[in-house]
Write a protein that binds this ligand. Structure first.
Ligand SMILES: [Zn+2]
Length: 482
């Protein structure tokens, strides 16, 4: 049997252009893109007539099998990436989160072990949850092992939060190593204070959650992280920007030439904070995530941020907790495990509302769901492109295929879906990961263990560009006579 596949008759869409072309795959990589390609003897032929052929989605923000708030997120590296493949996503970047005082290298080993059952490819970010000479030294080794982005939690006081001192020391270290900083931007001290005062005032249900994390809490931290990164010359990516307050500082920094990026989640583009007033506790608790869903109006602001380039990536922060796990916080909203899912629905919801809704072109959709993340995180040119030599991570996207989202039929192990009941037009018909069909005819064919770790090189270009700015601002002593 030949190990070639010809995807014939489709419209190839990349971040740059849309054109009629066949895609020939040899083994695990793309061999040719062009009109009228011949199928080699024995090749599998996939008919993409009437469909779009796009790079497989890249979700750079997921949490599989993550220990958090006294429990472990419900999707693992087998179920999560498989669910992703059913929605057209073929690569995830997950977070290694060492406990404070734990070795980064030990934590990386733990996560590599968890990811051994992955059904498609993955990479890692490393969280910095504490600071010492050892952490600083280990960061260099982590970079050598292909993990070149570092994540900081400015919230979750008493757990994984780091203070400004750690941010300052370690942003500089990331810059020197040619890495990229990521921040969860919320003022953790303020959140802890508001949580306690709201709880003390007798508000114990999920409606207390958004009250303890208003937009200003996120706006302050986004602004602070950007200014620290600016002074220290470190490139910065702000994860899950949920509101106008957090987005505007990113837009200002980008306009001023700072190397920074904004990410929003598909959930925050769609859902507003009315969900926390639901009289069904379980329904309300299932929307507890940080940052929380925002008052009406912020969703439109995020769409505007996408349009003006402030937001480069639409991700999910996929971190699923089931009803039984959410119940840990019954009677105390501070103990509800934070997280929602979205991995398998991200692309179809964005297509439906974005392309179907007249807000995005297909090329912009590919940029937001795949190419921008692949470029920002140095997964390109292996991922995020349809070009000879790139991995054959591809999705045949049927723009007419309709599906009604429901927790009952989802592939994720979650028992809830924030998009429940929404009918989306435009879905993945066939998904290939490194040349293998892993989703077709509404059936998963993704074997656990076939996914591979994708190492990422340091960001030499960002570092060079950042260094120039840093050098320009370098203090110099004034020479004076006697
Ligand atoms: Zn996250």
């Amino acid at each position: 049997m030949s190990n070639s596949t010809l995807i014939r008759g489709g419209t190839v869409v990349t971040a740059e252009r849309e054109h009629r072309a066949d895609v020939l795959v040899h083994g695990e990589t793309i061999a040719a893109v062009g009109e009228g390609l011949e199928a080699p003897a024995g090749a599998t032929v996939i008919d993409a007539g009437g469909a779009f052929v796009m790079p497989g989605g890249v979700d750079p923000h997921t949490h599989m099998e993550m220990p958090f708030m006294g429990t472990v997120s419900a999707d693992d590296f087998a179920s999560g990436p498989a669910a992703a493949a059913s929605g057209g996503t073929t690569t995830i970047v997950d977070f290694v989160i060492p406990s404070p005082q734990e070795s980064l290298l030990a934590a990386l080993d733990t996560w590599r072990g968890r990811a051994a059952k992955a059904t498609s490819d993955y990479s890692f970010h490393m969280a910095i949850t504490w600071w010492s000479d050892q952490v600083s030294r280990e960061m260099a080794e982590v970079v050598k092992q292909g993990v070149t982005s570092f994540k900081y939690y400015m919230a979750y006081k008493g757990a994984i939060m780091v203070d400004d001192g750690v941010l300052v020391e370690s942003f500089q270290r990331v810059r020197d190593l040619g890495g990229l900083c990521l921040v969860h931007a919320e003022h953790g001290e303020l959140v802890a204070h508001l949580q306690d005062s709201i709880f003390a005032a007798g508000i114990t249900g999920p409606e207390g959650h958004p009250l303890s994390r208003p937009p200003a809490v996120e706006g302050e931290a986004s602004h602070r992280a950007l200014r620290l990164a600016e002074v220290l010359g470190a490139p910065l990516y702000v994860v899950h920007t949920s509101c106008r307050d957090a987005m505007e500082p990113i837009g200002r920094a980008r306009a001023a030439g700072q190397r920074c990026f904004g990410e929003s989640l598909i959930q925050h583009l769609v859902v507003d904070d009315s969900v926390y007033r639901n009289t069904d506790w379980n329904q309300a608790a299932h929307h507890v995530m940080s940052p929380p869903f925002r008052p009406n109006g912020h969703q439109e602001a995020l769409w505007q941020g996408i349009a003006d380039g402030t937001i480069s990536v639409v991700a999910t922060d996929h971190c699923v907790f089931n009803t039984e796990q959410k119940r840990k916080g019954f009677g105390d909203f501070r103990k509800i495990p934070n997280g929602t899912g979205g991995l398998e629905d991200r692309m179809s919801v964005l297509w439906h509302l974005g392309v179907g809704g007249g807000r995005l072109t297909p090329c912009e959709f590919v940029a937001l769901t795949s190419t921008n993340a692949a470029r920002i995180f140095n997964l390109a040119p292996r991922k995020g492109l349809i070009a000879p030599g790139s991995d054959a991570d591809l999705v045949v996207w049927d723009p007419g295929k309709s599906r009604t989202i429901s927790a009952k039929s989802q592939r994720s192990r979650g028992d809830f879906n924030v998009f429940e009941g929404m009918t989306v037009v435009g879905n993945a018909a066939v998904t290939l990961s490194r040349g293998s069909v892993i989703w077709q005819n509404d059936t998963l064919q993704a074997e656990p263990g076939r996914g591979r770790f994708v190492p990422r090189a340091p960001f030499a270009d960002y570092a060079r560009a950042g260094q120039r700015r840093f050098d320009a601002a370098k203090p110099t002593a004034v020479k004076r006579g006697g």
